[in-house]
Structure formats: structure tokens, C-alpha cells
Design a binder for this molecule. Structure first.
Ligand code: 5GP
Length: 204
């Protein structure tokens, strides 16, 4: 069996870039990223069947009825679900699977498969998260406020994940993530100290 990893993070933490860079590593040959189904609108740079399988709400409901999802959740008003058969087939083919899920999905997968390794990526501070959300110019001021409030709730839950990684510096966070995924290594004492400090600040 391959290993199953679930990676979650508050919106704007840099999770997607970290995951994509991890998958470009030479050790990632047997590691794949799951493609989810979603009812949300396709963004300009996204391709169907590559970023997501974009489906209608009716198609999504049909898949729920047919028990096709390992988990599904509503995130910011859209539905997202992980195709069960693809994940289970990949794992039995000894491939490692990374799922990029929201926090509810991560908890559901961990409950169904306790051997899943859960990773939670945190920003170094709310100020940092706020400026990243502003820089990506994807959301209105109102939405940014909502995402920051949601981040607080997510971090409270995410602190219990198997591994917490702080994205204070992209290369350092990438190193931490690769070490955990490819070697099962936890953080160096220095990185652990920085991560704990950020987490305490965010939970304050
Ligand atoms: P976005 O719309 O920005 O691509 O994703 C919004 C959120 O939905 C992100 O936190 C992303 O990780 C999460 N997400 C993507 N696919 C799934 C899925 O299949 N299940 C769950 N629970 N969350 C997902």
C-alpha cells in the first residue's frame, strides 16, 4: 500500500505552491496529487481534469448518491469531493497520494483512514496572511476579512495535525514538507522552535 497524505492550510498560506514544488522533486516519482470534483466556477488559468473535475451541482449530488466520494465538503459556498476509487486504486498500486483538502475533509479522511498523515501549513502571522491574500487580488476586502476569520478557526483545529509547517520562507517550508513526505522526518529543532512560536502567536 502507498501512503496517504492530506495537506490543509488556511486560504492564502501558499499550500498549492508548496505541494506543486514537492511533486517536482526527484523523490516524487511514486507520489501523485489527487484531483477533486468541484461545483465552483473554473478560474481563468485552470484546466478541466487537471486542476479539478468541474461538475454541476446535479452531477455532484449524483456522485454523493452513488457513494463515489471518500469525503466531501462545502467550502466558501462551493462543493468539493475526493473521488474514492482513484485514491484507493492508487494506494493499492503502491503509489503515495497527496490530497489538498479543506480542514473538514482532512478530518473526515483521518477518521476513515487513521493511518493518513495530516499536514497543516500555517502562515507566520495574520499580518503576513492578510498581505498575501491582498497581493493575489482574488478576493474583495469583505472576502479577505471572512478568510482571516475562517483561518483562526482552522488553525485552532489544525494544531492537532500530525505535522505543522510554517511557511515563513518558501524554501525552508518546502524542505520541511519534502522531508516529512519523502523521509517521514519531523522538523529540525530550529524549525520546530520557529513553528511553535508562530503557532502560539496565531492561537493567541
Ligand atoms: P479552491 O477553490 O481555492 O481551489 O479551494 C478551496 C478549498 O477547498 C481549499 O482549501 C482546498 O484545499 C479545498 N478542497 C479542494 N478539493 C477538495 C476536496 O475534494 N475536498 C475538500 N474537503 N476540500 C477540498
Amino acid at each position: 500500500m502507498g501512503k496517504l497524505f492530506v495537506i490543509s492550510a488556511p486560504s492564502g498560506t501558499g499550500k498549492t505552491s508548496l505541494i506543486h514544488a514537492t511533486l517536482e522533486d526527484k523523490n516524487a516519482e511514486k507520489t501523485k496529487l489527487g484531483i477533486s470534483c468541484t461545483t465552483r466556477e473554473k478560474r481563468a488559468q485552470e484546466k478541466n481534469d487537471e486542476s479539478y473535475f468541474f461538475v454541476s451541482k446535479e452531477e455532484f449530488d449524483e456522485k454523493i448518491k452513488n457513494n463515489e466520494f471518500l469525503e466531501y465538503a462545502e467550502v466558501f459556498g462551493n462543493f468539493y469531493g475526493t473521488p474514492k476509487e482513484w485514491v484507493l486504486n492508487s494506494l493499492s498500486n503502491k503509489e503515495n497520494v497527496i490530497l489538498e483538502l479543506d480542514i473538514q475533509g482532512a478530518l473526515q479522511v483521518k477518521e476513515a483512514f487513521p493511518e493518513t498523515k495530516t499536514v497543516f501549513i500555517i502562515p507566520p502571522s495574520y499580518n503576513d496572511l492578510s498581505s498575501r491574500l491582498e497581493k493575489r487580488s482574488q478576493d474583495t476586502e469583505e472576502e479577505i476579512k471572512k478568510r482571516l476569520m475562517e483561518a483562526k478557526r482552522e488553525i485552532f483545529i489544525g494544531q492537532k495535525f500530525d505535522q505543522i509547517i510554517v511557511n515563513d520562507d518558501f524554501e525552508k517550508a518546502l524542505h520541511d514538507l519534502k522531508q516529512f513526505i519523502f523521509s517521514g522526518d519531523t522538523l529540525s529543532p530550529e524549525r520546530k522552535g520557529i513553528t511553535d512560536d508562530s503557532l502560539n502567536l496565531l492561537l493567541d
